[in-house]
Design a protein around this ligand. Structure first.
Ligand code: ASP
Length: 439
């Protein structure tokens, strides 16, 4: 029988009604065997995620507040679920260990991880299947990266021992033996690791949207959902601001070719988005897969006569950025100009120093920093070797009466990135969407 690993996000497990949906999704398919839950998320807009409550609780205790008082709201969240599901679960029996853990030095990660730990126990009890603590199967190396040699065999053991299990997301065990979390949203990564470790055929990532959208739904009304996307395209779109999945979540499954299916807990019949390896993703020539974009960039524009024949010029300029630990996003060049696109937040406090040091290092004629740039990425494997995409893109932007500040086509031809003034960002995205998806 093939194996499916399911990760449920915080909104999918925010309250008892959501738990019921999750259980019926799992029961609908016997191949759905290993389940990775997040901590309870927001039940309504303005509500708090349990993970945020745990961080606040930890800070309050550090500031001298009592555990019982600071933890009371969190306890209540779990008790609501227990009561409404009529679960036979002794939550208070877990309190002494929690209190002890919170009191240890540097227990911030431990505190945050309890959201998933407790939700995992509740879900396992509700489903009537074993609970496996992620700290016993997911291990980090001393440098903080995943210890693959220890983790994958330990996860594989779960599949040998149990036909079904719940493994909480978001955390594992550090090299020093303590609990350590991934970055925020990291249950997606746990799901991917578990999928690879148990040798799954599919990793279903259940959330509150029916997949990846072709454009940002906050900007474009009802954008279409992407049916199939390759890992590379997804990486480009996520990097540029399309957030459904944690950007590190693709790596564990990608190397072994396990597809990810983004699904909606509140509309399980929707097909969602399938993320597959580029080699098996169907290509439709001339088609764009999706559009994403972000504000908050600056272009450092550097001019120098005869720059093109000055060997080492770019290296000298970039060495200044390297010294300040600034990574750049794009490097559009002209004959005598060099543009460096960087995130504004990385340079705004040191822009004068940067300008001075670039003058010293490379003696350019002028340097200008242009802030308030937004980047838009048009991504698609169907763009490769297809004529006319760039023309349509630029025409769409011109049609919206928008000036383009920068253009960059990756040499893979799978993406074209344009920079526009932040004030034009939303109009540009709508214009591009209409050109590629409406007509
Ligand atoms: N609960 C954690 C967070 O809120 C991890 C996750 O949900 O993936 O970031």
């Amino acid at each position: 029988m093939s194996i499916k690993v399911l990760k449920f996000g915080g909104s999918s497990l925010a309250d008892a009604a959501q738990f019921q949906k999750v259980a019926s999704i799992i029961h609908a398919d016997p191949e759905r065997r290993y389940v990775v839950p997040s901590a309870p998320g927001k039940r309504f807009s303005g509500d708090r995620k349990v993970t945020d409550m745990l961080y606040a609780c930890y800070d309050a205790i550090q500031g001298g507040a009592s555990f019982a008082e600071s933890f009371a709201d969190i306890r209540e969240r779990y008790f609501d679920i227990i009561r409404e599901l009529s679960l036979d679960f002794d939550f208070d029996a877990l309190i002494p260990d929690l209190e002890k853990g919170f009191a240890e030095p540097d227990a911030r990660d431990f505190a945050a991880s309890r959201g998933e730990f407790l939700n995992g126990q509740l879900l396992a009890a509700y489903l009537g299947i074993p609970f496996v603590d992620a700290a016993d199967v997911i291990f980090f190396r001393p440098d903080g990266r995943l210890d693959e040699e220890r983790t994958y065999p330990a996860v594989a053991e779960i599949a040998k021992k149990y036909e079904r299990a719940v493994i909480p997301g978001f955390y594992g065990r550090a090299a020093d033996g303590r609990v350590r979390t991934f970055s925020r949203g990291g249950s997606d990564i746990t799901g991917s690791i578990v999928a690879r470790g148990v040798g799954a055929d599919l990793y279903e990532n259940w959330t509150d949207v029916s997949g990846f959208f072709t454009a940002d739904p906050r900007i474009v009304t009802n954008p279409r959902v992407i049916e199939t996307i390759s890992f590379n395209e997804l990486r480009e779109l996520s990097y540029m601001g399309s957030v459904v999945l944690h950007e590190d979540a693709v790596f564990p499954v990608r190397t072994v070719g396990i597809p990810i299916n983004i699904k909606n807990t509140n509309a399980p019949e929707d097909a969602g988005t399938i993320i597959v390896d580029a080699s098996i993703a169907p290509v439709r020539a001339g088609r764009v897969t999706g559009i994403a974009g972000k504000r908050g960039f600056s272009i450092i524009t550097i001019e120098k006569d005869m720059m093109n024949s000055e060997v080492g010029f770019t290296r000298r300029v970039l060495s200044v950025l390297e010294k300040h630990n600034i990574s750049y996003e794009h490097l559009p060049t002209g004959i005598d100009t060099l543009g460096i696109v960087v995130r504004t937040e990385l340079i705004e406090k040191i822009s004068e120093t940067l300008v001075k040091e670039i003058y010293e290092a490379a003696a350019p004629d002028t340097i200008e920093i242009v802030p308030n740039i937004a980047l838009l990425a048009v991504v698609g494997r169907g763009m490769v070797r297809s004529k006319g995409i760039a023309a349509r893109l630029l025409t769409a932007i011109a049609g919206a009466d928008i000036n383009i500040r920068m253009i960059d086509q990756g040499s893979s031809e799978m993406n074209i990135i344009v920079g526009v003034d932040e004030a034009d960002f939303e109009r540009a995205m709508r214009g591009i969407y209409v050109e590629f998806f409406i007509q």
